[in-house]
Design a binder for this molecule. Structure first.
Ligand SMILES: [Fe+2]
Ligand SMILES: [Fe+2]
Length: 274
């Protein structure tokens, strides 16, 4: 099962999280990011889910990497990420820093690979520079809050942090057992096409990196699970199923009439929602 973008700072979302239950004692839960912004909120939600699901797998979203001014945890960038990884280890929740677990249940074996690769602004319009795309975003007032709250320390920029993460993640994926297919779990879409339907195309530059465009093929993905866009749906690229599993904000669910959609999605071996 999977669900992302829980955004538990919203009381309505917190209530939904409190009601999440597995369908069986053997269900695993994939949580690809945007659980919340405050470290205590992330710990609360993942701890609750770990009590209920046999295995919980987390990958960070951009929101966990913010340093909100009201959070008593003042850590920034890489140090904040490592702190969250340590909290997950205390809870028994798997992260991109742990050995990849292998699902041996129905449809298995598959290697469950939580990824943290961030974004590098390369989902900007073709034939534009990063500076031009950023200027367009500022002129039109569509600037991701990451620019103010997601600090890349100790890297000089978010794109430099992304490049480091790409290197580390490729090494981890290359070292896995190539005979076993993967379930790739990443906050951001690994391919660019899901961003084509964004209401504000300016936002795409904060949504991924072209460097992962062939990972679903290269790493033999049985399915790819992601969030961030708050557009829950299933699409196929090169014959591989990509599933956006976000809960999103209460106002979005009201706007798009999503209240009745099942909050948890079965993502492997089959799916029960599109
Ligand atoms: Fe989100
Ligand atoms: Fe996000």
């Amino acid at each position: 099962m999977a669900i992302s973008d829980l955004h538990v700072a919203y009381p309505e979302n917190r209530e939904i999280v409190e009601k999440l239950r597995p369908e069986s004692d053997s269900d695993w839960l994939l949580v690809p990011g945007d659980v919340g912004e405050f470290v205590a909120d992330v710990e609360w939600a993942l701890g609750l889910l770990k009590e209920r699901f046999a295995t919980v797998v987390w990958a960070p979203g951009n929101h966990e990497l913010w340093t909100p001014k009201d959070d008593p945890v003042k850590l920034r960038g890489e140090a904040r990420y490592r702190h969250l990884v340590e909290i997950c280890r205390g809870l028994g929740v798997l992260t991109p820093e742990d050995p990849y677990a292998v699902w041996e249940g129905p449809g298995g074996p598959v290697t469950i690979a939580p990824l943290f690769v961030l974004y590098d602004y390369t989902f900007r319009p073709p034939n534009t520079t990063k500076e031009e795309a950023m200027a367009w975003a500022h002129e039109t007032g569509v600037v991701c809050t990451d620019e103010f709250l997601l600090h890349p320390d100790p890297y000089p920029s978010r794109d430099a942090w992304c490049r480091a993460r790409l290197r580390e993640t490729r090494a981890r994926l290359d070292a896995r057992d190539p005979a076993i297919p993967t379930v790739l779990v990443n906050h951001f879409p690994l391919v660019r096409q899901p961003t084509d339907i964004l209401r504000y195309p300016q936002f795409a530059q904060w949504c991924g990196t072209v460097e992962t465009a062939d990972w679903h093929l290269k790493y033999n993905a049985a399915t790819v699970v992601y969030g961030h866009l708050h557009i829950p749906r299933t699409t196929w690229y090169d014959g591989v199923r990509f599933q956006e599993v976000s809960l999103g904000y209460p106002r979005e669910r009201r706007m798009y009439g999503r209240d009745d959609s099942p909050p948890l999605r079965e993502v492997f071996p089959s799916e029960d929602a599109t």
